[in-house]
Design a protein around this ligand. Sequence first.
Ligand SMILES: Cc1ncc(COP(=O)(O)O)c(C=O)c1O
Length: 360
Amino acid sequence: MAYNVTKIKLPKYEEYCEKIKKIWLNNHVTNFGPLEKELENCLCNYLNVENIVIVNNGTTALLLAIKYFDLNVGDEILTSPFSFPATTHAISFIGMTPKFVDIVSNEIPLMDPLETELNISEKTKLIIPTHIYGIPCDLERFETISKKHNIPIIYDASHCMGCKDDKINIFDYGSLSTLSFHATKIFSTIEGGAIICSTKKQKNILEQIKNFGFNNNRSLICDGINGKLNEFQAAYGILKLKDIEDEIEAKKKIHKFYDQNILWNENIKKIKTEYLKHHNYIYYPILVNDAKKVSSELENSDINVRRYFFPLAKDNYKNPSPFPNKSKFVSEHVICLPMGYDLTHNDLIFITEKVNNLTG
Ligand SMILES: Cc1ncc(COP(=O)(O)O)c(C=O)c1O
């Protein structure tokens, strides 16, 4: 038995077959079908937002969101390298220059607003912070910076499905937020993603960029790519969304078990992730002395941890700014523990004992 960081929970087979029957009746397999529309409504409702554009993965969501701002090649975008490489690579892939800003601290691995402001120059055209592990960035301070310098923000909220608070909605902040619905995430369309927009106008433009640049009259009005999600994946998503709170509840218990049973010391430190009233418990990141050694030690016991996030973005000629210190440090020391929804009490005892007896 192997213990993985995530375990995929498929929707019930019979329910899925029932849901996709419609596709055989209407022969609509892709291109803005009724199931995609249904998923869009379900997501708007769940996330409490008005404008959402569903796309075929989280990287496409980032690419389209950046493209929306129609920048010039070479314009700088401030971002934190402590994220999945897709965040930085989306910037460089589209021809912009990522400029790295460090994270707040080893314990709060989020893009630092203070450093962000210090790094703003006349070349800065966009800011892309990531809500790592579902922890929200300092939304108010980023909002102030954005207004003061007139620079829009795209939040990479790939980890944030299910992260809610009574007082604020994290998706009300920034110009756009992107989500990933990859199979390993708490909500999934197998591959998929979305862009949450502040306005209907943004949504309309992003729908066009997602559809090769066509508008509703089949006129080409901008550059575009194929960012569409098909009906089979939309059906999968509709069913998965019904299950999300149960999965979060299961993961919450696993979090609590690790919290209470890991022997925290100088060599094993927790990264706190629960800042909102309703966290999604998607990852359980810890800091260890030697992440490489610890990973292979645990893997010898079939505990397949993940080094989220190592390596950071590709450090090549396209990216003149080196990785800042704290981002590099956390990247070299972090591992994420197994969070499969069906881990039993005995599984957790086994994993925790191995973690408590690490030599690395
Ligand atoms: C922070 C972050 N941004 C972007 C992505 C890219 O999403 P996708 O794999 O759906 O393309 C991921 C994927 O895991 C991610 O973790």
